[in-house]
Design a protein around this ligand. Structure first.
Ligand SMILES: NC(=O)c1ccc[n+]([C@@H]2O[C@H](COP(=O)([O-])OP(=O)(O)OC[C@H]3O[C@@H](n4cnc5c(N)ncnc54)[C@H](OP(=O)(O)O)[C@@H]3O)[C@@H](O)[C@H]2O)c1
Length: 292
């Protein structure tokens, strides 16, 4: 019998790629979607309309599921919603919970201290507590920034102006993962439940520097280098305003953790689950394709 997997938030930036990989891996997938949402999903999946404010609604949707995968937005979706989904998984007797991580290494103490990651850290604490008090286990999937998405939106390298900004010289390497490989990482966890129980699991499509990405873009643009600490200073300056804009401070904090030193953005290769999950390193040609 294929594992029964509930996917919460299957319609966002990441969710569709995850849904696709879960279905291709042969799992029996139910997507949880808000009653108000008009999003449509791959017909191979079942859809459960839920009220994220109601523990009962979530518990009903999760009853009979083996695994809950959350790809809910973090920040835009209130912290309480994430915690309620965990409580519902406990109440429904789910075996494994994979929270909405998929980015910077929030188990690194320096990263965990950045305000933008407070909700992810709170979710981790809630999962550890739930694990002690119930049969729910968890896996945290750390992937670094999304490679294809990050190039498309200019998050890893902004090529829109005449001058490209490189942080701390742009030579520091960091791990990146494509949206599809994030999905493969989640499928890998579900196919390896004992090996990934209550663990932080790292996967990555490759590691790159901003300078390498610029070379692969094929563009010869002027560059300027900015200290990565400035990202954090600018983020805190925004946070100190009477009405801070998350659209400004959140990406600055996240870029600080990607491009700065000491945030664990280059993974220890010995910790990668790539091989056991069957992930292949992306080639330079594939990366060139992401710029188009
Ligand atoms: N590493 C990276 O570069 C990177 C980049 C982006 C995101 N991420 C991470 O990936 C995860 C998913 O992020 P995302 O950007 O894909 O999420 P998103 O697009 O903001 O939201 C995902 C889904 O959450 C559902 N949702 C439920 N309640 C909601 C509410 N109150 N408001 C808005 N949406 C609600 C929606 O699905 P329905 O409409 O179907 O209910 C929505 O499509 C997060 O952990 C995020 O930090 C990482």
């Amino acid at each position: 019998m294929p594992a029964k997997v509930a996917l919460a938030g299957g319609s966002g930036n990441l969710g569709p790629a995850v849904l696709n990989q879960l279905l291709d891996a042969g799992f029996d997938v139910t997507v949880l979607s808000r009653q108000s949402s008009d999003k449509t999903f791959d017909p191979r999946a079942q859809v459960a309309k839920v009220d994220y404010e109601s523990l009962d609604s979530l518990k009903n949707a999760l009853t009979g599921q083996d695994v809950v995968v959350s790809t809910l937005g973090v920040g835009a979706v209130p912290r309480d919603t994430h915690l309620r989904l965990i409580d519902a998984a406990v109440a429904a007797g789910v075996k494994r919970y994979i929270p909405s991580e998929y980015g910077c290494d929030t188990t690194n103490p320096q990263t965990a201290k950045l305000p933008v990651f407070a909700d992810k850290v709170a979710v981790q604490e809630h999962l550890k507590k739930a694990n002690k008090e119930s049969g729910l286990s968890y896996s945290l999937l750390i992937t670094g920034p999304f490679l294809d998405w990050g190039l498309k939106v200019g998050f890893l390298l902004n090529l829109s102006g005449p001058v490209v900004t490189l942080y701390d010289g742009g030579e520091r390497k960091f791990n990146v993962t494509t949206l599809a490989d994030v999905g493969r990482g989640i499928a890998g966890i579900i196919n390896n439940l004992p090996e990934t129980e209550n663990k932080t699991v790292y996967v990555s499509s490759t590691s790159v520097s901003q300078k390498q990405l610029l070379a692969l873009s094929g563009k010869s643009l002027e560059t300027k280098t900015v200290p990565a600490i400035d990202l954090e200073k600018d983020a805190f300056a925004e946070l100190s305003k009477p009405a801070p804009n998350p659209g400004v401070f959140a990406p600055l904090f996240i870029q600080r953790a990607i491009f700065g030193e000491g945030f664990g953005s280059q993974f220890d290769s010995g910790k990668l689950f790539n091989e056991s999950f069957g992930l292949k390193t992306v080639s330079d040609d594939q990366i060139r394709g992401f710029f188009n």
